[in-house]
Design a protein around this ligand. Structure first.
Ligand code: HEM
Length: 457
């Protein structure tokens, strides 16, 4: 059932004995300052704390205490546990934002059933059926953005990934509805101040101007549109096989159908989680490839040798796949994932009590020099030379909450990147280095990476 079947490291009962005394690692003092540091520059903050206090360390974040680690042996323990020892982290903060039906806050059997229901939509033949439309979307959006002379890569990639996810969820026949849903989703992401996700205390209204007010306004706009689209779908009794139709028709194993509120929050979760992440990663890929000419020529040689430009050829090109893996390694869009312990857990030298947050820090794992030679260098070939375990490489998280869109996002990235690079010669307009920066909830490039088209191949 789990996309990653992690074999428990050591004896599970050894790791969960209830008669041991709590023992927590050291970490920075206070809660406001470390939380703000984490919001401002998560990678720098996490690396500094790991250096200063060792790995793992304890962070008293505004949402509650969290033990953070990027160590392979400890990640093996964390992801090797039975999922029932974990609850989602900070549900009281996330539920008001995303709704109680969001996969992000479901747990136990409802979480399992929801994933079982959704999983097929983002894998195998269903996923492959979107290949041609992903490719068409990449070309059309590229040409549309190209009219403006220089291209803002981040805007281009946002439009592509937003259109792809909207068409996947809602079907693609009514382009006016697609456009409205894209606009509404863009506004939700733009209004998602990180503060809202880091502390429930920021959920207050103030003359319509607070981050909470902006979020609620954008969310209400999206929900009223979703309401219209869902109503139309019920009325027309269409036979489409998109995600919306599947949700409207679905029943759980006990025969119950999904409530409308639940559908809203799940659709919002997919729109929210399923486009900005991909857009930021694609932007990083364009940036790194055009600063590393050897990697770019190797990739172009590979693309030139492909028999055709079909999605199936692109998605089986090994260096293209390695390029995407390396992009997600060097810049994980989510720097740390979060869980809350429901039972105590022995983690290395420490013994963590129930109620403690636990965070696999992807960014620390991905920059560990003992695992990745020259971790700061962009070297796609490292993924051809060897493979990495799910405890060394985890851009999509791990265990029972691993990103449900991982295969879909990787597939989409290969098609979009391969199609653009096979068709166009481009160059970066601005040669100044781009660094990771918090955008809202995610971390992305500090610039939107402007490019110029040199020729069409
Ligand atoms: C490059 C693109 C993407 C990245 C880097 C990414 C990353 C992640 C990460 C790190 C998590 C948390 C996993 C954990 O807690 O262990 C996650 C969860 C999730 N992602 Fe993605 N994601 C991407 C694309 C997508 C797409 C395209 C979709 C939708 C189709 C999606 C839907 C979700 C959902 C629904 C969850 C919650 C899963 C759960 O709690 O069971 N993501 N993603």
């Amino acid at each position: 059932m789990h996309p990653i079947s992690a074999s428990p490291a050591g004896n599970e009962s050894e790791n969960r004995t209830s008669d041991r005394a709590t023992r927590l690692p050291p970490g920075p003092r206070g809660s406001w300052r470390p939380t703000l540091q984490l919001i401002q520059n998560p990678r720098k903050a996490l690396e500094n704390w790991a250096k200063q206090y060792g790995d793992p360390f304890l962070l008293n974040a505004l949402n509650g205490p969290i033990v953070v680690t990027g160590r392979e042996d400890l990640l093996r323990i964390i992801h090797g546990q039975d999922p029932s020892i974990y609850a989602p982290f900070a549900t009281s903060t996330i539920v008001p934002l995303m709704g109680s039906g969001s996969m992000l806050v479901l747990e136990g059997e409802p979480h399992r059933s929801e994933r079982r229901l959704m999983m097929p939509m983002f894998h195998g033949d269903r996923m492959k059926a979107y290949g041609a439309s992903m490719q068409q979307c990449a070309i059309e959006q590229f040409e549309r953005h190209r009219i403006q002379g220089s291209i803002n890569t981040l805007n281009l990639m946002t439009d592509i990934s937003l259109e792809v996810i909207v068409r996947t969820i809602f079907g693609g026949s009514d382009s006016e509805i697609v456009r409205q849903l894209m606009d509404a989703s863009r506004k939700v992401v733009a209004s998602s101040s990180p503060l809202l996700f880091f502390s429930k205390r920021t959920h207050f209204s103030f003359l319509g101007l607070s981050p909470w007010d902006r979020w609620e306004k954008a969310k209400a706009n999206l929900f009223s549109l979703l309401d219209k689209v869902i109503e139309q779908r019920y009325q027309s009794k269409s036979e489409s096989d998109d995600i919306l139709s599947m949700l409207c028709d679905a029943t759980y194993e006990d025969g119950q159908s999904i409530t409308r509120e639940h559908i809203y929050s799940e659709l919002m979760t997919f729109l929210f989680a399923g486009h900005e992440t991909t857009a930021l990663s694609l932007t990083w890929a364009i940036y790194h490839l055009h600063r590393n000419t050897d990697s770019l020529s190797r990739l172009k040689d590979e693309l030139d040798l492909l028999a055709d430009n079909n999605p199936s050829s692109l998605t089986s090109a090994p260096y293209l796949k390695a390029t995407i893996q390396e992009t997600l390694r060097i810049h994980p869009i989510v720097t740390e994932t979060l869980r809350k312990l429901k039972s105590p857990l022995a983690l290395g030298d420490y013994f963590l009590p129930a109620g403690m947050g636990i965070a696999p820090a992807t960014v620390l794992a991905h920059h560990n020099p003992n695992i990745y030679n020259e971790p700061e260098s962009f070297r796609p070939e490292r993924f051809i030379e060897r493979s990495y375990s799910p405890f060394e490489y985890m851009p999509f998280g791990g265990g029972h909450r691993r990103c449900i869109g991982a295969a879909f996002a990787s597939y989409e990235m290969a098609i979009v990147l391969g199609t653009i690079l096979k068709r166009y010669e481009i160059e970066l307009i601005d040669k100044t280095p781009v660094v990771p920066k918090r955008r809202n909830v995610t971390i992305g490039p500090s610039s939107s990476v402007p490019i110029r088209v040199l020729s069409t191949r």
